[in-house]
Design a protein around this ligand. Sequence first.
Ligand code: G1P
Length: 294
Amino acid sequence: MTYPRVRKAVFPVAGLGTRFLPATKAMAKEMLTVLDRPLIQHAVDEAASAGIEQFIFVNGRGKSAIDDHFDLAFELERTLEARGKTAELGRSRAMVPMPGNVISVRQQQPKGLGHAVWCARHAVGDEPFAVFLPDDLVLGDRPCIGELVELYERTGGNVVAIQDVPREHTNRYGVLDVGEDDGHVAEVKGLVEKPEPDVAPSTLTIIGRYILLPEMFEHLERQEPTAGNEVQLTDAMAKMIGSAPFHGLRFSGTRFDCGTKLGFLQANLAFGLEDEDVGVDLAAFAKNLLLNKG
Ligand code: G1P
């Protein structure tokens, strides 16, 4: 059986980034950089590497830097050209999607992740789509979304990236109630948003990569606010269980929660250590620093 191809990705980027104040006072938190590129570009690059062609940003006020980042920068490029900086010019141009392939929609009020995804309904239309939470950055040999797309191509239905967490952390995540599980792919038979550890149905949690069917929008349309008084994507997903296949995939990479200072710093260190220009020197510096700290 072949399923419709995943061509579009939704990036909810309307959040205020309060945990990173004052850094995010006049700047979108998705523009914070890990190594040499902003978080949002890591997410867009990952999407593009899995064959996704259209990028839908669910923006808020004051987030225009994200749209500008994915546009040609005429003055900058002319200057680079005049100075013979060909490599830099190539890098600046290569990351700009084809004209018409970036769409921005506004989430006018901060009503939660489910509401943000629902705001993209007209741009997505009637086809399966990916959702990326750019705070969740995954480092690995294979792009996380590519692994999800591969599973979707075999099973159809909804697919989410999952990881096991310590039980005391279940109240930070969407948590799975698991059916059949081969240790790699888990059938989802229930979902709860941020349950307390004593009532969580498992310790398998969703991280910010999803492949969703367009029927999700009908459930989001009717979704009332729940956990945190927000419209939750998890609740709308839970409503689809039973009507379409639904799987969680233990992806192969390492996830960093760049919505926290610790996760963000860990991501910079991990990406830096992998980098061919700075990795060796950074490792030597980090070792020295730790030795001197005793
Ligand atoms: C969101 C989702 C949650 C998911 C998490 C992954 O929560 O609502 O289900 O597990 O992202 O990062 P948030 O981190 O926005 O509170």
